[in-house]
Design a protein around this ligand. Structure first.
Ligand code: NAD
Length: 487
């Protein structure tokens, strides 16, 4: 699949050989170059936006049921090709094959979910002060969407934008991360297979600062849907030269609170899954854990045992491994930096702490799931997003202290609680200043509920009905009627 997609751009239903600079894409588990992408040139960017504008005139006027059918076909095509697409993702991103396949199937689920939503874009009739007037509140698609996405979930994070936008009647130009462009191009291949009309979906590859920024600045783009770091999100907000709708799904620094009433085994299982899945490269990863002091030592002991048992491998060779390689040298370096910072400031290394040994790991970006205990808020691991397989643990003495520590961050994406006491659950979930609070589970995002951050974690929502509303404008149509003549 990668061979076919290398150096290509998908513009107006055509596969064009890109004219810009070539950028290599590596397999993070082996260091092997998988292929090259072409950095889209200004002319190619203009062509993609023009194609999306032209297609918008037709797509936005199509009956919603037709858009729903197209999304269903897209979901079906993706399901059929899930194995090949997953292989592409594992090769460029590093996650184990089974995880990649699961992500591709979730992309298909998003297509099917928004196919259902496409036919439920309802309006309202609003009462007026006189009875001869109707106020219709109707919803209309915003226009052309520029979707800019990161590398950690290369399919799902495109899917939520693509499906919400297409269901609403918008068209889209996608700019995927430089590390994971082939999954995005594979999605375009599926759009072609599903006979989505030319120009409705376009994919441009290349560096964020050039191609992404060009979409932000482009007068033909009506909305930017961005997922990525808070720093780039802020830059986009500040550098947008005209008024555009923006959705910004940004970074996190997510806490887990484990109270004395918690089911300890369940809490450990949840902590391991959400701290280390995808090598911790998840915006909603648990970065820091606060445990009630009486159970802290036992929790740390069990957490370390569970972390040490996780199987690390090249995700192509061992599809059911727990974790694979990290996506690049950059998040690995940040993980090491946060670990060194914590240890220098008095934390104890209690699990992991280095690369796994063996020839299989020699050329890839591997690191063992790592736990540090006795942490404080002077340490980066407790106050900054690590985006790697490192979690810090700290004991607390009262719920108010745990809440204060958990909210002591500029971020507000996701938070987690393990507790059995209902009063504790109510108290904590009401006071955690986060867009998502998961209690006795670690799946903060599900397809049919809104998912979004607050504070420096962003604005706007994905998933659920709310995820589609981000692509719609309201229009108020106020009509005054006369009495019919000759009634
Ligand atoms: P990043 O911000 O470096 O890049 C994200 C995308 O933005 C890439 O496609 C990149 O090319 C592009 N980009 C970079 N500079 C740009 C610019 N000046 N203008 C326009 N586009 C530009 O993020 P990353 O390193 O790829 O991803 C990791 C980050 O993403 C983490 O902070 C993580 O928390 C965040 N994230 C958030 C969510 C969420 O739902 N809130 C989900 C996944 C990842």
């Amino acid at each position: 699949m990668i061979h076919d997609l290398a150096e290509k751009l998908f513009i107006d239903g055509d596969w064009r050989r890109g004219e810009g600079e070539r950028i290599p894409v590596e397999n993070p588990a082996t260091g092997e170059v998988l292929g090259h992408i072409a950095a889209a040139t200004p002319a190619e960017i203009d062509a993609a936006v023009a194609a999306a504008r032209k297609a918008f005139r037709i797509w936005s006027r199509l009956a919603p049921a037709e858009r729903a059918k197209a999304l269903r076909r897209l979901g079906d095509a993706i399901t059929t090709e899930a194995d090949a697409m997953a292989r592409t993702m594992t090769q460029e991103q590093g996650k184990p094959l089974n995880e990649a396949r699961g992500e591709i199937l979730k992309l298909a689920e998003a297509c099917h979910f928004y196919a259902e939503e496409a036919v439920r874009i309802h309006g309202e009739i609003v009462p007026n002060t006189t009875t001869d007037i109707d106020s219709l509140v109707v919803r209309e698609p915003i226009g052309v969407v520029g979707a800019i996405t990161p590398w950690n979930y290369p399919a799902e994070l495109i899917g939520w934008k693509l499906c919400g936008a297409l269901a609403a009647g918008c068209t889209i130009v996608i700019k995927p991360a430089e590390l994971t462009p082939f999954t995005a191009l594979a999605i375009a291949r599926m759009a072609e297979k599903a006979k989505i009309p030319a120009g409705v979906v376009n994919v441009l590859t290349g560096p964020g600062a050039k191609v992404g920024q060009a979409l932000v600045e482009h007068p033909g783009v009506d909305k930017i849907a961005f997922t990525g770091s808070s720093a780039v999100g802020l830059r986009i907000q500040q550098s947008c030269p005209t008024i555009k709708r923006l959705s910004l799904e940004l970074g996190g620094n997510c806490p887990l609170i484990v109270t004395a009433s918690a089911d300890l085994d369940a809490a450990v299982k949840g902590a391991v899954r959400r701290s280390f899945r995808n090598m911790g490269q998840i915006c909603i990863a648990i970065n820091r854990i606060y445990v009630a002091r009486p159970i802290a030592a036992e929790f740390v002991k069990r957490l370390c045992e569970a972390a040490d048992k996780l199987v690390i491998a090249n995700g192509i060779d061992k599809p059911d491994a727990d974790v694979g390689a990290m996506a690049s040298a950059e998040p690995l370096a940040k993980t090491k930096e946060h670990l060194a910072d914590a240890l220098a400031k008095g934390a104890k290394l209690v699990a992991g702490g280095g690369a796994p040994r063996g020839e299989a790991f020699a050329r890839g970006h591997f690191f063992r799931p790592t736990v540090v205990s006795d942490c404080t808020h002077a340490m980066k691991v407790m106050t900054e997003e690590t985006f790697g397989p490192l979690v810090g643990v700290m004991a607390f003495d009262g719920l108010d202290e745990a809440i204060e520590l958990a909210n002591d961050t500029p971020y507000g994406l996701a938070s987690y609680v393990y507790a059995k006491d209902m009063d504790e659950i109510r108290y904590l979930s009401g006071r955690l200043d986060y867009g998502n609070v998961a209690v006795n589970n670690v799946d903060a995002g599900i397809m049919n509920a809104p998912y979004g951050g607050r504070k420096q974690s962003g604005v706007g929502y994905e998933h659920g009905r709310e995820g589609m509303l981000e692509y719609l404008n309201f229009k108020h149509v106020r009509i005054r009627y006369d009495e019919p003549k000759g009634r």
